[in-house]
Write a new protein. Structure first.
Length: 109
Protein backbone atom coordinates (compact mmCIF):
# COMPACT_ATOMS: atom_id res chain seq x y z
CA UNK A 1 0.00 0.00 0.00
CA UNK A 2 1.06 3.55 -0.62
CA UNK A 3 0.25 4.89 2.82
CA UNK A 4 0.80 3.93 6.43
CA UNK A 5 -2.40 3.30 8.38
CA UNK A 6 -3.45 2.71 11.96
CA UNK A 7 -3.44 -1.01 12.85
CA UNK A 8 -7.14 -0.92 13.75
CA UNK A 9 -7.90 0.56 10.31
CA UNK A 10 -6.05 -2.31 8.61
CA UNK A 11 -7.95 -4.83 10.73
CA UNK A 12 -11.28 -3.18 9.86
CA UNK A 13 -10.40 -3.32 6.17
CA UNK A 14 -9.61 -7.04 6.41
CA UNK A 15 -12.89 -7.65 8.29
CA UNK A 16 -14.93 -5.71 5.74
CA UNK A 17 -13.48 -7.67 2.84
CA UNK A 18 -14.14 -10.92 4.69
CA UNK A 19 -17.77 -9.88 5.13
CA UNK A 20 -18.04 -8.96 1.44
CA UNK A 21 -16.31 -12.13 0.23
CA UNK A 22 -17.76 -13.21 -3.07
CA UNK A 23 -19.16 -9.74 -3.75
CA UNK A 24 -15.96 -7.75 -4.17
CA UNK A 25 -12.34 -8.58 -4.85
CA UNK A 26 -9.91 -7.31 -2.19
CA UNK A 27 -7.58 -5.72 -4.73
CA UNK A 28 -4.79 -3.42 -3.64
CA UNK A 29 -6.59 -0.41 -5.11
CA UNK A 30 -9.81 -1.22 -3.25
CA UNK A 31 -7.96 -1.80 0.03
CA UNK A 32 -6.08 1.47 -0.38
CA UNK A 33 -9.31 3.34 -1.10
CA UNK A 34 -11.01 1.87 1.98
CA UNK A 35 -7.99 2.64 4.18
CA UNK A 36 -8.07 6.25 3.02
CA UNK A 37 -11.83 6.47 3.57
CA UNK A 38 -11.65 5.04 7.08
CA UNK A 39 -8.63 7.15 7.99
CA UNK A 40 -10.51 10.28 6.96
CA UNK A 41 -13.48 9.19 9.07
CA UNK A 42 -11.09 8.67 12.00
CA UNK A 43 -9.57 12.13 11.54
CA UNK A 44 -13.05 13.67 11.29
CA UNK A 45 -14.08 11.94 14.53
CA UNK A 46 -16.64 9.75 12.76
CA UNK A 47 -14.77 6.52 13.53
CA UNK A 48 -13.04 5.29 16.66
CA UNK A 49 -11.00 2.23 17.46
CA UNK A 50 -13.40 -0.55 18.44
CA UNK A 51 -16.28 0.66 16.24
CA UNK A 52 -18.06 -2.13 14.39
CA UNK A 53 -20.20 0.06 12.14
CA UNK A 54 -18.07 1.64 9.44
CA UNK A 55 -20.52 2.79 6.79
CA UNK A 56 -23.07 5.44 7.75
CA UNK A 57 -25.70 4.24 5.32
CA UNK A 58 -26.50 1.56 2.79
CA UNK A 59 -25.81 4.16 0.10
CA UNK A 60 -22.26 4.66 1.37
CA UNK A 61 -21.70 0.88 1.40
CA UNK A 62 -23.02 0.59 -2.16
CA UNK A 63 -20.75 3.41 -3.29
CA UNK A 64 -17.80 1.50 -1.84
CA UNK A 65 -18.85 -1.77 -3.51
CA UNK A 66 -19.26 0.06 -6.84
CA UNK A 67 -15.79 1.58 -6.44
CA UNK A 68 -14.37 -1.92 -5.89
CA UNK A 69 -16.08 -3.19 -9.04
CA UNK A 70 -14.72 -0.26 -11.05
CA UNK A 71 -11.20 -0.93 -9.71
CA UNK A 72 -11.52 -4.60 -10.72
CA UNK A 73 -12.69 -3.66 -14.21
CA UNK A 74 -9.85 -1.18 -14.66
CA UNK A 75 -7.35 -3.80 -13.50
CA UNK A 76 -8.73 -6.32 -15.99
CA UNK A 77 -8.62 -3.84 -18.87
CA UNK A 78 -5.07 -2.92 -17.93
CA UNK A 79 -3.99 -6.56 -17.76
CA UNK A 80 -5.50 -7.17 -21.19
CA UNK A 81 -3.53 -4.22 -22.54
CA UNK A 82 -6.64 -2.28 -23.55
CA UNK A 83 -5.86 0.67 -21.29
CA UNK A 84 -2.69 2.14 -19.89
CA UNK A 85 -1.99 4.37 -16.93
CA UNK A 86 0.07 7.49 -16.49
CA UNK A 87 2.76 7.78 -13.83
CA UNK A 88 0.24 8.89 -11.19
CA UNK A 89 -1.46 5.47 -11.42
CA UNK A 90 -4.86 7.14 -11.33
CA UNK A 91 -5.22 8.49 -14.86
CA UNK A 92 -5.97 6.07 -17.66
CA UNK A 93 -5.83 6.16 -21.45
CA UNK A 94 -6.89 3.78 -24.17
CA UNK A 95 -4.00 1.95 -25.82
CA UNK A 96 -3.60 1.18 -29.52
CA UNK A 97 -4.73 -2.37 -28.71
CA UNK A 98 -7.78 -0.91 -26.95
CA UNK A 99 -8.60 1.21 -29.98
CA UNK A 100 -8.43 -1.87 -32.21
CA UNK A 101 -10.72 -3.73 -29.82
CA UNK A 102 -13.28 -0.90 -29.85
CA UNK A 103 -13.23 -0.82 -33.65
CA UNK A 104 -13.75 -4.58 -33.76
CA UNK A 105 -16.78 -4.30 -31.46
CA UNK A 106 -18.25 -1.47 -33.52
CA UNK A 107 -17.96 -3.53 -36.71
CA UNK A 108 -19.80 -6.44 -35.06
CA UNK A 109 -22.82 -4.24 -34.26
Amino acid sequence: MKGTYQPFILKLVDNIFEELEGEVNPSDASKEYLCELLTQKFIDGELSEGDDVVFDSEEELLMFVNRCIVNDNLDELHERGLIGTFDDGESFFITDEGKKYVEKIRKED
